[in-house]
Design a binder for this molecule. Structure first.
Ligand SMILES: *[C@@H]1O[C@H](CO)[C@@H](O)[C@H](O)[C@H]1NC(C)=O
Length: 436
């Protein structure tokens, strides 16, 4: 009798499993390895939120930029609708087909252009020091010696733990200066290699410093239109500043890139996702590095012991940021009071907001779509991919899409009649009031 084909009637279930095992053992090992590799690849593909196949099937054409605006917005009809970059598509670098790869590449490589700033130290009324890093167009282009007082100035507000030396800031500064405009990076207090010289350090809602710098620039160079570009936390500070000051502001136009919008929602998002927790830790380590550079300030004005143990942005904000900023009760109070989303409706200057829908740090959940739509001065441009502040494009990933979008928007706005002009009577009236 052939043992292999005949199963006795009395076969128990354990015999069945034994038989199954024998059958499975007939499958060559390399088939199993292939299956394991496939499963591993699928897990990694999902974990990294890769979109390579999506790109492949769409013929590497990228995805269209989604524009959200009030139907009677002149900023859309007269400015944004003339911007090819914003009316076009964004196609991510094929080998950076994931928000995480984009964001990591920006932070570890970034391919920043070579440039050298000229430093100006700005003193605030409370004794604080702000490092202003200038990049003049004459330093990066050929028209040496050409100085026109009406050349626009772009003021840049960096993100959390970023300064003028950060890769994306260099991309923005270089390409803006290359176009013929002057750039000044307004580093946060304690950044750019300067000490914290008063009891105040920066937080997500501290708008006094940008206001002071913008007013200073407006006084010194009254003929130059002033544009402000804020990135990440810098975008939150920018929108809050624009909302607080409304019409009475010497800013001609602005761009908010990858703003967190709502710090409470942002905090919950960072603490919820598995991948987000990694970002949260990394951001907290960055904050601790910065705090350790200014130990005497933080041990005097914050809870140093608690702060040192921070493993999340929330911990750091709880022990340091909100204590230094004197936000009472809880860190949530600080988040609520400083969220720029609540200031959106009083923004009175042309404002372009750019965000990636797959931003792994500043979640789309926090984007105030309806509030932006209700304000005619605001156009919201979102793209499907891009990560946080990355948006690399081209095969060599040497260009950043949002930098091109910012420059084109500001250029078209500058040549339109829709730049914001501060009401002269406003400032004269208030100075007469002062004399009386
Ligand atoms: C557009 O703006 C007008 C006036 O500012 C406002 O009444 C209207 O509700 C806005 N539209 C949307 C969709 O919010």
């Amino acid at each position: 009798m052939d043992e292999r084909c005949c199963i006795p009637d009395s076969a128990s279930s354990s015999d069945a499993y034994w038989l199954l095992l024998q059958v499975l053992s007939l499958i060559p090992l390399w088939h199993y390895l292939l299956l394991a590799a496939f499963i591993l690849f699928s897990l990694l593909y999902n974990f990294l939120e890769l979109h390579f196949f999506q790109d492949l099937f769409s013929g590497f054409a990228g995805s269209p930029v989604l524009l959200s605006y009030n139907s009677s917005s002149q900023i859309y009809h007269a400015v944004v609708s003339k911007c090819d970059v914003l009316r076009g598509r964004y196609f991510a670098t094929p080998w950076l087909c994931s928000p995480h790869l984009q964001t990591l590449f920006l932070n570890y490589f970034g391919r920043p252009p070579f440039l050298k700033y000229a430093r100006e130290l700005f003193r605030t009324a409370d004794g604080g020091t702000i490092a202003l890093d200038w990049l003049f167009s004459s330093h990066v282009s050929d028209n040496v010696g050409y100085e026109d007082e009406s050349v626009p100035i772009v003021v840049v507000i960096p993100g959390l733990t970023s300064d003028s030396s950060s890769q994306y800031i260099k991309h923005l500064a270089y390409h803006t200066a290359k176009r013929g405009w002057n750039v000044v990076v307004c580093n946060h207090r304690g950044f750019g290699g300067v000490s914290i010289t008063s009891d105040i350090s920066y937080n997500a809602g501290l708008t006094e410093d940008v206001r002071a710098v913008v007013n200073h620039l407006h006084k010194e160079r009254s003929k130059a239109p002033l544009f402000v570009v804020g990135t990440s936390i810098g975008a939150n500070i920018l929108v809050k500043y624009l909302g607080e000051d409304g019409e009475n502001i010497p800013v001609a136009g602005a761009v908010a890139v990858c703003s967190p919008w709502d710090l409470l929602i942002g905090d919950r998002y960072l603490r919820r996702g598995r991948v987000q927790k990694i970002y949260d830790k990394a951001l907290a380590f960055g904050l601790l590095d910065y705090a350790k550079l200014h130990q005497s300030h933080f041990s005097r004005n914050a809870n140093w012991e608690g702060m040192e143990k921070s493993v999340s942005v929330r911990d750091f904000d709880d022990h340091a940021t909100r204590v230094v900023g004197k936000y009472e009760v809880s860190v949530d109070t600080y988040y609520r009071r400083c969220s720029s989303a609540t200031f959106v409706r009083s923004v009175s200057v042309p404002l372009l907001c750019i965000s990636a829908l797959d931003d792994p740090i500043c979640t789309t959940e926090a984007i105030p779509w309806d509030e932006c739509k209700a304000n005619k001065n605001i156009v919201l441009a979102t793209v499907k991919h891009g990560g946080h502040l990355a948006f690399f494009e081209g095969l060599s990933a040497s260009r950043i899409w949002w930098v091109r979008a910012v420059n084109e928007f500001l250029g078209v706005l500058h040549s339109s009649k829709y730049m914001h002009v501060q009401d002269k009577e406003f400032s004269t009236k208030s100075s007469i009031g002062l004399i009386n």
